[in-house]
Design a protein around this ligand. Sequence first.
Ligand SMILES: Cc1ncc(COP(=O)(O)O)c(C=O)c1O
Length: 390
Amino acid sequence: MTTPSRPPVRPANPCFSSGPCAKRPGWSLAALEAAYLGRSHRSKGGKAKLADVIGRSRALLGLPEDWRLGIVPASDTGAIEMAMWSLLGERGVDMLAWESFGEQWITDVRKQLKLADVRALTADYGKLPNLPDVDPTRDIVFAWNGTTSGVVVPDDGWLDEARSGLVLCDATSAAFAYDLPWSKLDVVTWSWQKVLGGEAQHGMLALSPRAVARLESWSPPWPLPKLFRITKGGKLIDGIFVGETINTPSMLAVEDALDGLRWAEAIGGLPALIGRAKANLAAIERWVTATPWVDFLAEEKRYRSHTSVCLKVVDSQFASLPGDQRAAVAKRLATLVEQEGAGFDIGAYRDAPPGLRLWAGATVETADLEALFPWLDWAWASVAEQLRAA
Ligand SMILES: Cc1ncc(COP(=O)(O)O)c(C=O)c1O
């Protein structure tokens, strides 16, 4: 048995997790020195920091003037659930799912909200549902990028500007990485720890005027905990959208979010962020093309994500193993790389088919991905050797 030799170089930053994602290049704790610590978030200075996050996010994303943007509790889950709990039920809803998070939102509306009129448009890992099947007279809920399958919607042609329902978009692994078509969306949510690599726990909730109109004209029949309440007496609580958060935020995380936003501005804004992610995907594509044992989980190139890139092992020896052994082998692959300090958190999501997932968002350097690939090849050679010997 010949043990393959270790590659000579490791990525300078071996962080490839899909959340919390890599910090921006050059980040250190010094970036947080101006944090507003030990002070009330409701003081003038505290509110100014929170408003700064909102203002810079709006500008970077090109949010239309008449949209609201607020900081809410509980990360992206908090933001999307707050939206679903507050807005849905007025009419039927089309729920789209092609991986774990979309599935979870279906569970929410069926088993928790117990909505009567729910259509689920679903597809297996690696595929997309037939997007034009959505009905623009109904509400629509979907994740722009399926983080756990690496499948992203390829365009917005299937969304209708002249809709009568609302479109709720979980964009947590798409915001700051894709140009979102605001005129075709009504609710967009994301978190701080994804594309800009901020610290976690706060969600962002963006609302179109149509979403606000629904909030002010529709009262869901179920109870809403304080954490989810964005209206009072039938009116939107304006304060939430200028930095008066529902509950206490972490001012350390706020400072880190500001650091990420300033970095994004300095490198050239949204086009530069998108460009970095695309360059990262292109590097992965070059390696996959040259590597016989691996392929993309996304079946079609047009819907391959350039943030959460999911890969499957296509080696015939691997394919002939029973399911639980395939999962164990894929895990071993990721563990070997991690033990060498060459790549952290690169295993597929727990509910996804066994394989690898590499974050390719803007904070990841292409050179680090390129330094990772020889380690993946090395780990696969080691694992394949063991399989042959078994
Ligand atoms: C598409 C999608 N939705 C929701 C979530 C949950 O996000 P959070 O942990 O910020 O609540 C994730 C996390 O990866 C995600 O990828």
